[in-house]
Design a binder for this molecule. Structure first.
Ligand code: NBP
Length: 479
């Protein structure tokens, strides 16, 4: 299949995607606001395929055959709106505009609605995999109508990563569905990296291992159930030595994690949906804490460490294995929470999202690609109505098998004063989920006491209120 596509926005991602399309035999009409970028792309890679150079937006649109397919790869936010505003008057009914940037899903819903009034199709397309993925095969999450997918789906599938013969691209749902799942994908990525960082910190501070030694541990883990891109590159980063100083690379990097926003958006959306994504939230907050340099400097001087928390761990191999178990179990929780959020978002926005298909397209191309995703795909294939991944037999048993190690790590972290918010909150979520009675009954009692908020009883239907200030504290049926 050889088709034609226009790509506008030729920075890191756009240039790589344009090359990917060209390498797959598609003709690429290339455009960028600053023409120097277009020329640089064509000078360096023009020989890789059939490129057409466009200097102006008018030239760009004129070079495309109808129905035109235009992919926008510019900075998310106002820049995307500016490009859409410039494009729309030049396009014709039936043309397709694909936004491959990291747009907020609510912006995508707004843009899809606006463009539908002009007769244009709009595809809010999540693209994961960074520069390398964009070039060699990303995971692609398009949100659009079935009609629009028929026009662009095959082309997108042709450049996506492929796992077991299946392209990592699926029609996720309508309008904002693609960007919504890309957002949650990034949120899960935050949680995954936080857990990896906690595992590293515990091995370093509790066992005194060097970064290179820990890198070898991660390389070993990558040969097992934890096999994933992020664990693989953790081994690489930890093994890297800074050329200038000869010190481990990780020791010369400032310990303040930055963020572009998708993790924060995920948590904001989860709060609105009422879905506890504690793993992602802890990861976002841990990054925020890492960046509060002044507070950290002030606290370091005065806040007490635990007394006697640092006794040597004799069973070193056992502790390394416990950290592996904590990492795996906490990861299961973070993914279960992320999939819960996608399910809730689908209900709230009327999207029909196939969670198993999503796990399938995240097996390759994207940053969270992992052997683990195949387990998730299988879980949804076994039980399409699974209420939480944690109850599927594979994950239930995997977490049960690792829970002693997980608990040991959380206790050890607390006792020795090493922050492990990801491991600890995942364990609290697990225990909260399996608790027969939750402490929320008391919260309901307190709410009724101070605010007459009423409560339900375990033994009778209806809403009740206790007259707390009356002698005898009579219970009445509430409206
Ligand atoms: P950037 O996000 O750095 O954006 C640079 C591009 O936006 C350039 O082509 C620039 O044109 C163009 N642009 C801007 Br800024 N304002 C514009 C305007 N008002 N009108 C027209 N063009 C404008 O590029 P990127 O890192 O390649 O990312 C592209 C998109 O892909 C973003 O939405 C990003 O969030 C998303 N994404 C990035 C990654 C990644 O790993 N980097 C992964 C997945 C998705 P100029 O050359 O004329 O300044």
């Amino acid at each position: 299949m050889s088709e034609q596509i226009g790509v506008t926005g030729l920075a890191t991602m756009g240039a790589s995607l344009a090359r990917n399309f060209a390498r797959h035999g598609h003709q690429v009409v290339a455009h960028n606001r600053t023409t120097a970028r277009t020329d640089a792309l064509l000078a360096a890679h023009g020989g890789e395929g059939d490129f057409v150079r466009a200097e102006t937006m008018e030239e760009f649109v004129a070079a495309l055959q109808r129905p035109r397919r235009v992919m926008i790869m510019v900075q998310a936010g106002p820049a995307t709106d500016a490009v859409i505003d410039e494009l729309v008057p030049l396009l014709d009914e039936g043309d397709v505009v694909i936004d491959g940037g990291n747009a907020r899903y609510d912006d995508t819903i707004r843009r899809a609605a606006a463009l539908s009034t002009t007769g244009l199709h709009f595809v809010g397309c999540g693209v994961s995999g960074g520069e390398e993925g964009a070039l060699l095969g990303p995971s692609i999450m398009p949100g659009c109508s079935a009609e629009a997918y028929a026009l662009v789906g095959p082309m997108l599938e042709s450049i996506a990563a492929v796992v077991d013969g299946t392209p990592c691209c699926t029609h996720v749902g309508s309008d904002g569905a693609g960007h919504f799942v890309k957002m949650v994908h990034n949120g899960i990525e935050y949680a995954d990296m936080q857990l990896i960082a906690e595992a590293y910190d515990l091995l370093r501070l509790r066992l005194g291992m060097t970064p290179a030694e820990i890198g070898e541990v991660f390389a070993g883990w990558n040969a097992g159930d934890l096999e994933s891109y992020l664990v693989e590159i953790t081994a690489e980063v930890l093994g890297h030595v800074d050329a200038g100083t000869g010190r481990p690379f990780v020791d010369v990097v400032m310990d303040a994690a930055e963020q572009k926003g998708t993790g924060r958006w995920t948590v904001q959306s989860a709060l609105d949906l009422g879905v506890p994504v504690s793993g992602i939230a802890e990861a976002v907050f841990a990054r925020a804490l890492s960046g509060h340099a002044e507070q950290r400097a002030a606290a370091q001087k005065v806040l007490a460490a635990p007394a006697g928390g640092g006794a040597d761990i004799e069973d070193r191999d056992g502790f390394v294995e416990a950290v592996r178990q904590a990492l795996y179990a906490s990861k299961v929780v973070a993914y279960a929470q992320g999939f819960d959020q996608i399910a809730a978002g689908a209900v709230a926005h009327g999207w029909s999202i196939d969670l198993g298909a999503l796990a399938t397209i995240w097996r390759g191309g994207c940053i969270i690609r992992a052997r683990f995703l195949d387990r998730i795909r299988q879980a949804f294939a076994d039980e399409p109505d699974l209420t939480t991944l944690l109850t599927h037999s594979y994950f239930r048993d995997a977490v049960a098998d690792g829970q002693e190690g997980w608990r040991r790590v959380v206790v050890e972290a607390a006792r020795s004063g090493i922050p492990a918010p990801g491991f600890a909150s995942a364990l609290a979520y697990y225990d909260g989920l399996r608790a027969e009675r939750s402490s929320a009954a008391l919260i309901q009692g307190l709410r009724d006491f101070f605010g007459s908020h009423t409560y339900h009883r375990v033994d009778r239907a209806g809403s009740f209120h206790t007259l707390w200030s009356e002698e005898g504290r009579r219970e009445i049926t509430a409206r």
